[in-house]
Design a protein around this ligand. Structure first.
Ligand SMILES: *[C@@H]1O[C@H](CO)[C@@H](O)[C@H](O)[C@H]1NC(C)=O
Ligand SMILES: *[C@@H]1O[C@H](CO)[C@@H](O)[C@H](O)[C@H]1NC(C)=O
Ligand SMILES: *[C@@H]1O[C@H](CO)[C@@H](O)[C@H](O)[C@H]1NC(C)=O
Length: 653
């Protein structure tokens, strides 16, 4: 009797009236069609409850499960079908491929509410997990309240569970309600925060004829950014306590510049989310202590005591496991800043005016002149002694010309110093004339060039190894995290710079205040390591115009700029990422950076008066000393020779 009633009912309803939770063709089609759009390429894990022993001995159900499996296999999708079991969830959260998973749960199953609670406990609603919940509204309950008209209702109470669940804006939980055989309504559920109620978002619907129709294709982070005045906790790093009073007024910007740049960004982000801010101040970014836990900002983030960081932070290896970085970075640069030493201190500028080829040509020319002059001098002497005619000649030129005479003439002419030789015959005159003209033009070119060279700075120090081998003294701004980072370098050059120059063993270490360092750059051959912008600001305020020339930076720590940190698996990650891009696109990020970071001072007045010191004259003094030394030796030898001759004479007598 009861069976017959049911059969009649089956015929008269649109829904196939089934107590067993069915998977029919329509559901298979629904999953296959919506998946590529709502949940692009996924592995599926279906949690169903198909019973094979209910009144209708539902063979088609089993058949459809196989069909579903086959269809999914045809699409090369990995899938698993769980029936009537709550799986063990523990390790899944660490699965690298989790973002490819789609979980499907049939809400009409008896274990559904228990499973939802388990999922919540295991934090299975956080990104990147995706859930599709199926609800078959055809599974109605007959209400016998009144025998005359039997009403059918659907028990919706399972949805009340969501009031207690942590489905935050990062979650992707879509509820598909099946109303007719071929009509599904799609809603997603989330809550802005624990402080706020859950929100059911209309997403669209699916029908057999029209397939999927979505209300909007916006991603969740765009749809859910209104947090309805949720209070978000954040923390900023302030090292100089005074800075807390000057976060937005651009005063004392050399103190905590990064915090001052990031604070307006934080306000923009919070504002964009329609949230309110609960701000904490900490005194550092956080480092690992002896028992492996972090303090400062990193500690707050890794313990999830705050919802987002308010100050950007460098990416250190040990922090990567504790926090998540968002692509919003402060373009701060730290490097060694120094003035390139003058060329004359590095190289012998006296050889620089001419290229090597010119020097060779000059040498060949001199050899040529030497030979021809010697020949013509000989010839002159020979002719004149032969003739015995010129009285003047006899007065001026005494004796036969020697190589030494020739050499002195050559040097005297070439160095523009004059000589005592007076050419008498035409050939000798032509040779000396050509020698003088050539040396005049060479001399003009040489001196002009050397004046320019005296003032030009080198660009000889370009790399860290140049810096290590240069005569510069190195110092570094005493920033705690720099001390922390400097120690960690293992490559030979950085290690040598740190161990030999910054913190030499047994001598005073070169950590100093930035003011002192910049002052020493001005007065000595010195390089200071620190934040470029801070250094330039001090230079801008204290340096003369010409002292701003030849400034060079060399990166030492070779580290990416600091990024905004968030706790791991933050529900607001995507919204904040999106906000970060907006800040960048709208120029709000750059605005703060322009106001606080200044550029390298421009060198306007390079040609200043330069006094010549010992370094520039080095070569000259060395040459002269060798000359004096040589003459002394020759003098001593001559003296000895003289004595020997005298002794010889005495003994002979
Ligand atoms: C609906 O289901 C819940 C359990 O899921 C149960 O407690 C409640 O009594 C049901 N309501 C009706 C009207 O059957
Ligand atoms: C921010 O949230 C409040 C509280 O829910 C709401 O009244 C207000 O309209 C929201 N503002 C914006 C701009 O969405
Ligand atoms: C870390 O060590 C300090 C003592 O060195 C101790 O007071 C603190 O409780 C320890 N913290 C943890 C988390 O073990």
């Amino acid at each position: 009797m009861f069976l017959i009633v049911l059969c009649i009912l089956t015929l008269s309803f649109d829904c196939m009236f089934a107590f067993s939770n069915r998977i029919d063709d329509v559901i298979v089609k629904f999953i296959i069609e919506t998946m590529p759009i709502l949940f692009p390429p996924s592995r599926i894990s279906l949690h169903l409850c198909i019973s094979y022993d209910k009144i209708f001995k539902c063979f088609t159900c089993a058949h459809n499960t196989i069909k579903l499996s086959r269809r999914l296999s045809n699409l090369y999708l990995m899938h698993g079908i769980h029936n009537n079991v709550i799986p063990d969830f523990d390790r899944r959260i660490y699965d690298d491929l989790e973002h490819q998973n789609l979980y499907v749960l049939d809400l009409d199953c008896n274990y559904a509410s228990e499973m939802l609670r388990q999922l919540d406990l295991n934090r299975m609603f956080v990104a990147p997990m995706r859930w599709l919940l199926l609800q078959d509204r055809c599974n109605m309950i007959m209400d016998y309240a009144d025998d005359a008209n039997i009403t059918f209702t659907y028990n919706d109470s399972i949805l009340d569970i969501f009031e207690d669940l942590a489905v935050y804006p990062d979650s992707d939980v879509i509820l598909a309600k099946r109303f007719d055989d071929d009509f599904f309504q799609l809603t997603s559920v989330y809550r802005p925060s624990l402080q706020r109620d859950i929100i059911w978002e209309e997403r669209g619907n699916w029908t057999v004829e029209n397939s999927l129709r979505l209300r909007t294709f916006d991603v969740a982070s765009a749809r859910r950014r209104n947090l309805q005045q949720t209070t978000l906790k954040s923390a900023i790093v302030i090292i100089n306590p005074e800075s807390a009073n000057h976060l937005t007024d651009y005063k004392n910007v050399n103190k905590d510049p990064v915090t001052k740049i990031n604070y307006p960004w934080l306000l923009h982000l919070i504002n964009r989310m329609n949230a309110t801010l609960n701000l904490t101040i900490v005194s550092d970014w956080g480092y690992k202590d002896k028992n492996g836990s972090f303090d400062g900002l990193t500690g707050l983030l890794s313990r999830r005591e705050i919802d987002l960081g308010g100050t950007t932070m460098h990416i250190f290896e040990d922090r990567i496991d504790e926090v998540k970085y968002v692509p919003l970075r402060t373009d701060i640069r730290l490097s060694f800043v120094f003035r390139q030493p003058l060329l004359s201190t590095v190289k012998n500028i006296f050889t620089l005016p001419f290229e090597r080829n010119v020097w060779i040509a000059i040498a060949l020319f001199l050899v040529l002149v030497f030979c021809s002059l010697y020949t013509s001098m000989k010839w002159e002497y020979y002719r004149n002694t032969m003739k015995k005619s010129s009285a003047i000649w006899k007065h001026t030129n005494i004796g036969q010309p020697t190589f030494g005479d020739d050499l002195l003439v050559l040097l005297g002419a070439f160095a523009q110093q004059g000589y005592s030789y007076e050419p008498f015959r035409v050939s000798a005159r032509i040779i000396t004339f050509m020698l003088l003209v050539a040396s005049l033009s060479l001399y003009a070119a040489y001196t002009a060039n050397i004046v320019a060279l005296l003032q030009s700075p080198t660009d000889s120090i370009k790399t860290l190894s140049d810096l290590l081998n240069s005569p510069l003294t190195l110092g570094a701004d005493d920033i705690y995290w720099c001390r922390y980072v400097f120690k960690t370098f293992q490559d030979p050059i950085r290690k040598a710079i740190y161990e030999e120059r910054i913190e030499p063993k047994g001598r005073k270490s070169n950590w100093m205040s930035l003011e002192e360092g910049v002052k020493r750059v001005r007065n000595e051959t010195f390089a200071i390591h620190g934040t470029e912008s801070k250094i330039y600001r001090i230079m801008q305020e204290t340096y003369e115009e010409h002292e701003k020339c030849g400034l060079t930076e060399i990166d030492y720590i070779n580290m990416d700029s600091p990024y905004l940190p968030l706790p791991k698996q933050s529900p607001y990650l995507e919204i904040i990422k999106y906000g970060a891009m907006i800040l960048q696109e709208y120029g709000l990020k750059q605005r703060e950076e322009y106001r606080i970071f200044i550029k390298k001072p421009t060198c306007l007045n390079q040609g200043s008066f330069i006094s010549i010191g010992f370094t520039e004259c080095h070569f000259v003094i060395v040459a002269m000393s060798y000359g004096v030394l040589l003459s002394l030796i020759v003098f001593v030898l001559e003296l000895l020779w003289h004595k020997i001759i005298q002794l010889k004479k005495r003994f002979q007598l």
